[in-house]
Unconditional design. Structure first.
Length: 279
C-alpha cells in the first residue's frame, strides 16, 4: 500500500438549517462514510489511515451525533434529506458510500431513495433480525419518555455515555477479541457525544427498515463486509442471503479475526477488501 503523511481535518458544513461536522482526509475520488448508532467519525480513524493514500474521505457525523447539530426529530427520511443535500452540494458523484452497523441502513436508504450512481459498501450489516413486538414496544416507550421528559432524556444519555456500557457491549456482543484501548480511543469518544433523543429515534426508525428486503433489489453495486465472528449475522446466514437474493450487484467479503466492527478491529484487511472491490 502507498504511504503518505496522514492527517484528518474537520469542518462544519451548512446543510439546510443545521451544520454537519465532517472529518476529511486523503486525496483522489471521494468516499462518503456513515458511522454506526452510538459512534461518530472517530470510529473510522484506523480505516481512514489505510484508505487516505487512495481516496478523498468524507466522514460525516450524523445529525445529533458527534459534533453535528441536533434536530427536533429523527427518522431515516429526515436524516436522508440532510445527507443528500450535503452530497449534492459538496461531494457530488462519490465513488462509494460506506456505512457501518446501523449506518448501513442509512447508507442503503440514501443510495436507494436518491438513486445515486455510486457503489455501496456495508460493514457489519445486520440481516435476518429478530423483530419482536416486545422490543418495538419497549423502544416506543423509551422514545416517548425521551421526547417529552428532559429528566428521562438525560437519564438515558447517562447510560449511553457511561464507558462501562461500551465495554460491556464490545466485550460480550461486538468484539472478536475485547481490546479496552481500542474502545477507549475509537468508541467511547462517540458515545460521549450521543444525544439521547437521536439515539432512540434513529433506533426506532431502523427497526422499521428491513435491510435484506431492500438489498434484494438494490440497483447499486454493493459489497457486504462481515467479520467472521459477527454475532449479529453469521457467515452462513450472509452467504445464504446472497444465494437467495440472486442479485448480481451483491458481493460478500469475510474478514478473519473480526467481530461486528472489522473497520477498526482489522483495518488493513478491511481496507484491502474495499480497495480491491473499487478497482
Amino acid at each position: 500500500m502507498k504511504k503518505n503523511h496522514f492527517e484528518i481535518k474537520t469542518k462544519k458544513f451548512k446543510v439546510g438549517d443545521i451544520h454537519l461536522n465532517v472529518a476529511m482526509a486523503g486525496k483522489g475520488e471521494p468516499l462518503v462514510f456513515i458511522h454506526g448508532w452510538s459512534n461518530s467519525w472517530i470510529g473510522w480513524t484506523l480505516l481512514a489511515k489505510e484508505l487516505a493514500p487512495y481516496y478523498s474521505l468524507y466522514m460525516i457525523d450524523l445529525p445529533g451525533f458527534g459534533d453535528s447539530d441536533s434536530l427536533p426529530r429523527y427518522s431515516l427520511e429526515i436524516i436522508n434529506d440532510y445527507l443528500s443535500e450535503f452530497i449534492n452540494k459538496f461531494v457530488p458523484n462519490p465513488k462509494a458510500i460506506i456505512g457501518a452497523s446501523s449506518g448501513t441502513f442509512v447508507a442503503t436508504y440514501l443510495a436507494d431513495t436518491e438513486k445515486l450512481e455510486t457503489s455501496l459498501i456495508l460493514i457489519g450489516a445486520v440481516l435476518k433480525r429478530r423483530r419482536t413486538h416486545l422490543i418495538k414496544k419497549t423502544y416506543s416507550k423509551i422514545l416517548s419518555l425521551s421526547s417529552n421528559s428532559e429528566i428521562a432524556h438525560k437519564a438515558f444519555e447517562r447510560i449511553i455515555k457511561n464507558k462501562h456500557s461500551a465495554y460491556f457491549v464490545e466485550k460480550y456482543i461486538h468484539a472478536y477479541r475485547f481490546d479496552k484501548d481500542l474502545v477507549d480511543l475509537y468508541l467511547v469518544p462517540g458515545r460521549k457525544k450521543v444525544n439521547g433523543k437521536s439515539y432512540v429515534q434513529l433506533g426506532v426508525a431502523i427497526m422499521g427498515y428491513i435491510l435484506e428486503e431492500e438489498l434484494k433489489n438494490i440497483s447499486q453495486e454493493t459489497l457486504l463486509i462481515l467479520g467472521v465472528a459477527d454475532k449479529y449475522v453469521s457467515v452462513k446466514t450472509a452467504q445464504s442471503f446472497l444465494r437467495q437474493a440472486k442479485n448480481p450487484n451483491l458481493s460478500l467479503s469475510i474478514i478473519p479475526k473480526a467481530g461486528h466492527s472489522p473497520s477498526y478491529e482489522q483495518p488493513k484487511k478491511t481496507a484491502k477488501a474495499i480497495l480491491e472491490y473499487l478497482e
